[in-house]
Design a protein around this ligand. Structure first.
Ligand SMILES: Nc1ncnc2c1ncn2[C@@H]1O[C@H](COP(=O)(O)OP(=O)(O)OP(=O)(O)O)[C@@H](O)[C@H]1O
Ligand SMILES: [Mg+2]
Length: 326
């Protein structure tokens, strides 16, 4: 990994609910290098979006960050910044393409108004300068600048997605969070957009936190992948290795839930059981009830993400931490 752009340490996020507090993200730590694409995967409800929102401090009650540190290159701990400092930081340093990007555009404003609003709020640009910047951004995502006067409904779904990406690029951020950026699109458009994002990343050098349910797309477009289960990060590995040699039985199960891109057809087995109820966390490993490889320690000993091999982390009890010799 290159020098870290962001370092997340022991992040915990809780939701206050009528049934009591629930910890949706528990002690999550990872780094994203400068210019790196880091994929975050795991089944629905495991906490991916909650982590993503934390990096921009976008949580609103009932969610709150109860513990942790988020160091962003040159900015110190984001969790210690004032709200004002954080609103100056957002979009300029880190921007986000939301999970519901298709609905992220305001239907009653033209694209020009929406672009100029973001640009002028964070820079000292005049309206004319902001408009010229917006025209340049449209060109970057292959939409003719004359379309700036159109409303969102006048664009196709794929174009709207590219508009949202263009807005995320507006202030040349150092990192972009993409939470399911292409889920609602057909597979051909999806791939085109991801290729475009990848080319832009190569050109501008930003880092990406990439969240998707599509593991094969994630393997293709990410440098490293982190797997989450029930609010915890359970494995981190280079993307090429995560499905070929998984170090956690859950990752193995995820891999066997997806057809391989190449080679002969295989039987898809998936993962038995259902996601953990966060109100009823067992002692020991959170995956124990669904794991076919448990040993006694899995029911008694707390798990911890540990270095197993250079560049490879897992919290599974089946692996012991690498003894790092000085
Ligand atoms: N407003 C809320 N109140 C209470 N619990 C919440 C709230 N929002 C999310 N949660 C809980 O937090 C957990 C993590 O949710 P999150 O949206 O981060 O999951 P996710 O991994 O992004 O899922 P998906 O893949 O479906 O987008 C879930 O168990 C969810 O039920
Ligand atoms: Mg989500």
């Amino acid at each position: 990994m290159t020098e870290p752009q962001i370092s997340i340490r022991d992040l915990c996020v809780d939701y206050i609910t009528d049934a009591g507090d629930v910890r949706a993200v528990n002690n999550v730590s990872f780094d994203i290098g400068k210019g790196e694409v880091f994929g975050l995967a795991g089944e629905s409800g495991c906490g991916k979006s909650t982590v993503a929102f934390s990096l921009m401090r976008l949580h609103k009650p009932p969610a709150y960050i109860s513990h942790g540190e988020i160091f962003f290159d040159g900015h110190g701990d984001l969790l210690k910044k004032s709200d004002d400092a954080m609103s100056r930081f957002r979009w300029k340093e880190v921007s986000m393409v939301f999970q519901s990007a298709m609905n992220a555009l305001n239907p009653v404003l033209t694209m020009e108004e929406q672009f100029c609003d973001v640009i002028m709020r964070h820079t000292s640009f005049t309206r004319d300068q902001a408009k010229r910047r917006a025209e340049g951004l449209l060109e970057i995502v292959d939409i003719h600048p004359s379309r700036l006067s159109d409303y969102p409904h006048q664009f196709s779904g794929g174009m709207r997605q590219r508009l949202v990406i263009a807005i995320a690029l507006a202030l040349n951020p150092k990192m972009i969070i993409m939470d399911e950026p292409t889920t609602a699109l057909d597979v051909v458009v999806q791939r085109e957009i991801l290729q475009k994002i990848y080319a832009l990343k190569e050109e501008f050098g930003f880092s990406i936190l990439f969240i998707t349910h599509d593991l094969s797309l994630m393997v293709e477009f990410s440098d490293r992948i982190g797997i989450m289960y029930a609010g915890e990060l359970i494995e981190v590995a280079p993307s090429k290795q995560i499905l070929t040699t998984p170090f956690h039985p859950y990752t193995e199960g995820l891999g066997s839930s997806f057809p391989p891109l190449t080679g002969p057809k295989t039987k898809l087995t998936g993962i038995p059981g259902s996601p953990l109820n966060l109100f009823d966390i067992p002692k020991g490993c959170r995956f124990q009830a669904r794991c076919g490889k448990t040993q006694p320690s899995c029911f008694t000993q707390q798990t911890e993400l540990k270095l197993i091999e250079p560049g490879r982390l897992s919290n599974c009890h089946l692996f012991t931490a690498q003894s790092i010799k000085g």
